[in-house]
Ligand binder design. Sequence first.
Ligand code: NAI
Ligand code: SOE
Length: 358
Amino acid sequence: MTPRAAIVGTGFMGATHREALARLGVEVVGIVGSSPATSTYASFAAMLADPRVDVVHLTTPNDLHHAQALAVLAAGKHCICEKPLAMTARESRALLDAARASGRVHCTNFNQRFYPLVGHARALVGDGQLGRPFHAHGGYLQDWLLYPTDGNWRVDAARGGALRAFGDIGSHWIDMVTHVTSTRVEAVLAELSTFVPERGGVAVTTEDVAHVLLRLSGGARASMTVSQVSAGRKNLLTFEVDCADGAVSWSSERCDELWIGHRDRPNETLVKDRTLMASPAAALSDYPPGHVEGFPDTFKQLYRAVYAAVEAGAMPAEDEAAFPTFADGHRLNVIGEAVLRSAREERWVQVEEIETEG
Ligand code: NAI
Ligand code: SOE
């Protein structure tokens, strides 16, 4: 039987998840909003008690993820939770443990790695066609919090987490780059800056900008710039990976192009064309060449992978899953705490240092 879904949250992501599920033909049997007017259920608990619901999508503000995801798993449902998975590494560890114990399918919503040409970049690096990865650089820039009059629950540490720009968008960059290079972050050196110290008369404690140096497994290095105060940059996610025999570079503003750099011959630009792309990246493209597949398509591709596991009836081994799991979400929370400590103590912090503290 085709699995059925319920969605918690009716904002930007609630609508985006719903649209992606509609495109896949997954029935959404109900919605839980923050008020009766936006809900089809009497309560969150009533949704959990509904036997028709197989998979719950959590698209609520960050401070609600931990309690809601625990309840979803305890109710025996599969869980797709928006990023960041939790407010702290302690919370995300508890979620990962609960998810593993439940045997249910668990996913952290790092959708952006599902752009077709990001998948192709991973295939090129993974196949060794470009040689050993030396270093990655790039970032995630936005401008929607440029002015002191701009505000959102994300700015409030109690709702969004102690890290804001890094947790909100830097987490996507790290997920994407470690996915492309098949590496893990081992250590970080971070500087966090708050350039707009007050919003709506309230002092801001979360960062507008994060500059982070990263040591990756296998010896590669990375640097990232994350900002929510970069005028004109609406939602620019970029990376370049420079390898021993070539390079790849991608930008969300030109998401259907992949730049492939060479030393001894002209550089190439691959325009998305599934007939020219390696499997499994080719399967991330449903549209013919020249027909852009963008941000909303990444959600569709992510849920196709997750629902295939749900239909198969078992959570795949986490390192073989075709989608980001709670283990990936937890890892990002751990890296986030390393970033926070590094910025506060002005030193390199090993990710292991945070992990071993539990
Ligand atoms: P939003 O503010 O647009 O929507 C949040 C929704 O949650 C609102 O409809 C609000 O009424 C509802 N809500 C609040 N408390 C609730 C409760 N107790 N029960 C049910 N609903 C409740 O926020 P947005 O942008 O949709 O972000 C939600 C989450 O999605 C965040 O964790 C954010 O980091 C993540 N996100 C992920 C994106 C991605 O690309 N993967 C993009 C945007 C957000
Ligand atoms: C706001 O910064 C936001 O909606 C993030 O929350 C998302 O994760 C990112 O994909 C787009 O920007």
